[in-house]
Design a protein around this ligand. Structure first.
Ligand SMILES: C[S@@+](CC[C@H](N)C(=O)[O-])C[C@H]1O[C@@H](n2cnc3c(N)ncnc32)[C@H](O)[C@@H]1O
Length: 338
């Protein structure tokens, strides 16, 4: 379906689609609980789970590879007596593509599946960076409809400066679309602190606008009750995961829990389902469980799945772990069984 008036074109677009191999989920560990995670390709897994999950998710958050043309390793450290710990690199995932077109093809096919998972009050948030965010904005408008576009959140962080004859790149972009623009989306108003200058001039009391007879705002009056702060804007200052942070797993590209906390608190309520198709180290799952939400994650990297398992165990989160098995392969296993 194409509801956008503007379409993104690229060489080879509309060519052969990758056939989706239906899969079944083999339980491999854990029990049950608010969290499930699955080792497999997200398109095959989520398309195969459409009967169970279709229309159920309040939030789908995806943090796909960013089209960096790089390989990513997990970093762990082994103690080494009195000397510096030994740094161990384990290949975690590849972010290499034939072309930008093949990257966009893969993302488009997945966004189309993800659209079917959203509840009418749900939203999808795509976490990317300025390398591709402009293309994905147009692609998302095509898939979800331009009226469904809700926010562009800029996540601003501080990091070690790089040597570049350019402005330092210190932000990512989170693009949010709602499932159905005619249904009020799940949205809990969050607040940030009042600016110090506001507190200095007006104190911490709630401000109320005072209008004249023609509806023009004339001044504001300060009430006795305390202000909850300023309604949260779309530029978020949140630190990246520090090298010594307790939440650090060593998984490359791990996102901070504070970022996911904001998103999940704003876009869902307790008991809601959150889906993360590019689960990585399980940040979304861990935060969702702490906030009393249900969560499902998918990742095709066995390193990601191992890190998520460790993280759930460390955080005391009950989980079920599964492996995606192609349907044909399951029949093969059955035929060979004695
Ligand atoms: C940027 S990382 C996600 C990091 C995660 N948000 C975190 O906080 O740890 C992207 C992840 O997507 C996974 N991935 C890439 N393509 C995938 C696919 N087709 N199906 C499932 N997982 C995929 C990679 O293995 C990688 O773990």
């Amino acid at each position: 379906m194409n509801r956008a008036t503007v379409q993104l074109a690229w060489q080879g677009r509309g060519g052969d689609r990758t056939p989706v191999q239906p899969v079944w989920l083999e339980p491999v560990g854990g029990t049950s609980g608010p969290v499930r995670f699955i080792h497999g390709d997200n398109q095959a897994v989520l398309a195969s789970m459409m009967g169970e999950l279709g229309g159920k998710a309040s939030l789908v958050y995806l943090d796909p590879p960013f089209f960096t043309m790089r390989d990513f390793d997990r970093v762990t450290r082994r103690p080494n007596g009195q000397s510096a710990p030994i740094r161990i690199l384990t290949p975690a995932f590849e972010d290499r593509w034939q072309s930008l077109g093949s990257y966009l093809d893969a993302l488009r096919e997945r966004l189309e599946v993800l659209r079917g998972l959203l509840a009418p009050h749900g939203s999808v948030v795509v976490h990317v960076d300025p390398r591709t965010s402009h293309y994905i904005r147009v692609l998302g408008d095509e898939i979800f409809g331009p009226d469904a576009f809700a926010s562009e959140i800029v996540w601003r962080y501080r990091r070690w400066p790089s040597r570049t004859p350019n402005f330092q790149r210190v932000h990512d972009v989170l693009l949010r679309w709602v499932a159905d623009p005619t249904t009020p989306p799940r949205f809990n108003q969050l607040y940030e602190d009042l600016a110090p200058s506001t507190v200095k001039t007006w104190g911490r009391g709630k401000q109320r606008a005072v209008f004249d007879g023609e509806g023009r705002r004339r001044r504001s009056s300060t009430e006795k009750s305390e202000s909850p702060g300023v309604p949260l804007g779309d530029v978020w200052d949140i630190s990246i995961v520090a090298p010594v942070a307790k939440e650090r797993t060593g998984y490359p590209t791990q996102k901070p829990e504070a970022l996911l906390e904001r998103l999940i608190e704003a876009c869902t309520k307790p008991g809601d389902l959150v889906i993360d198709p590019y689960m990585g180290s399980g940040t979304t799952l861990s935060v969702a469980a702490k906030l009393g939400r249900k969560a499902l994650g998918v990742d095709q990297s066995h390193v990601a799945v191992a890190v998520t398992r460790e993280r759930m165990q460390r955080d005391g989160v009950e989980y079920g772990e599964y492996r995606a098995v192609p349907i044909g392969a399951r029949d093969e296993v059955r035929r060979q069984a004695p």
